[in-house]
Design a protein around this ligand. Structure first.
Ligand SMILES: C[C@@](CO)(OP(=O)(O)O)[C@H](O)COP(=O)(O)OP(=O)(O)OC[C@H]1O[C@@H](n2ccc(N)nc2=O)[C@H](O)[C@@H]1O
Ligand SMILES: Nc1ncnc2c1ncn2[C@@H]1O[C@H](COP(=O)(O)OP(=O)(O)O)[C@@H](O)[C@H]1O
Length: 283
């Protein structure tokens, strides 16, 4: 058991709404979304290494090392630093379902960039880390910047937004939704008109991916309809998770306790500042 120098959270996110405005020539989609950060997620432990290797202990046995976003983020940062190539020993503690639309892999990548920036004393600016993160995935920059945010472009144009720090119940049915498959499906709605933040606060907004994903995976619809008995429920990202907002942790936990067998779920508080950033500031 290696000794770790420090550990950092890799929080989940919800897309409180997700509108697809159009498709760019490179195949990526212009979108509008509100990324709500949560105070629950994975954790990454960091230790210095004498060799230049990146060693990763991960419970994701079906994700090869070279494809793990923690490893890819570490290698990208190592390449960015140029000549001197320090290594690291990393351990991923996984709590978020992979491919659940709650950004687990993307958040792991962002926390790796933030943590190695500290471990290696690189002093890189968040702008640089966010740009590196963008190369790993459209969702990575919001976790690097660490603020609940309104997002446009492919998700990289971010504007921090203060939201009430309510509780959310997140339920994940046992199906794996491929983000790429959703975005390449001809049935996806891609022409939603842009809205303003003010309109969102008035209650407007939906998830354009939800009808398609619910047709492809009936268990997503069943899960959302079950949760809708208790509070307005919506799918996050490209699925498969669905969520609802509650006034108290107790209300959310009581609904979770009644969830049908086979559903994974957790209750978390929506937060305006990422637990990863709070932890970095406190260290
Ligand atoms: C749409 C969102 C909303 O949060 O879905 P979730 O992944 O969270 O479910 C994300 O922005 C996804 O971000 P991320 O999962 O990092 O996407 P990437 O790895 O960059 O891209 C996966 C695939 O999704 C498509 N893609 C992704 C983002 C985007 N704005 N347009 C796209 O068309 C691309 O076809 C790409 O091949
Ligand atoms: N550290 C990681 N955690 C989760 N998934 C990872 C990781 N590294 C690579 N992946 C791959 O990325 C895919 C998407 O993961 P994730 O970001 O959790 O989903 P989503 O974008 O739907 O929230 C997974 O199916 C998995 O194959």
């Amino acid at each position: 058991m290696p000794h770790f120098d420090f550990s950092l959270p890799a929080p989940a996110k919800l897309n409180l709404f997700l509108h697809i405005l159009g498709r760019r020539p490179d195949g990526y989609h212009e979108l509008q979304t509100l990324f709500q950060l949560l105070d629950f997620g994975d954790e990454i432990r960091f230790a210095r290494s004498d060799s230049s290797d990146i060693r990763l202990e991960s419970p994701l046995t079906d994700v090869p090392l070279e494809q793990n976003l923690v490893y890819r983020a570490a290698r990208l940062l190592q390449e960015h630093t140029g000549q001197k190539k320090p290594g690291a020993q990393l351990q991923l503690v996984k709590r978020l379902p992979a491919g659940g639309g709650i950004g687990g892999g993307s958040s792991d990548a962002a926390t790796t960039l933030l943590g190695l920036n500290k471990l290696w004393n690189l002093g890189l600016h968040l702008d640089t880390l966010a740009e590196l993160g963008r190369q790993l995935g459209a969702d990575v920059p919001v976790f690097v910047r660490g603020r609940t945010a309104w997002a446009e472009g492919v998700g990289e144009q971010l504007q921090a937004v203060e939201m009430p720090e309510d509780f959310f119940l997140v339920l994940t049915p046992g199906c794996h939704v491929s983000t790429q498959a959703v975005f390449t499906d001809p049935r996806l709605t891609r022409d939603t008109a842009p809205i303003t933040l003010a309109r969102f606060h008035e209650g407007h907004g939906h998830n354009d991916c939800q009808p398609l994903v619910e047709d492809l995976y009936p268990e997503v619809r069943e899960t959302r309809l079950w949760l809708s008995q208790y509070a307005p429920a919506r799918m996050t990202g490209t699925g498969a998770s669905v969520f609802a907002r509650f006034d108290s942790e107790q209300d959310a936990s009581q609904v979770l306790a009644r969830a049908p067998d086979g559903l994974r779920g957790f209750v978390a508080r929506g937060v305006n500042v990422s637990p990863a950033h709070l932890s970095l500031q406190a260290q």
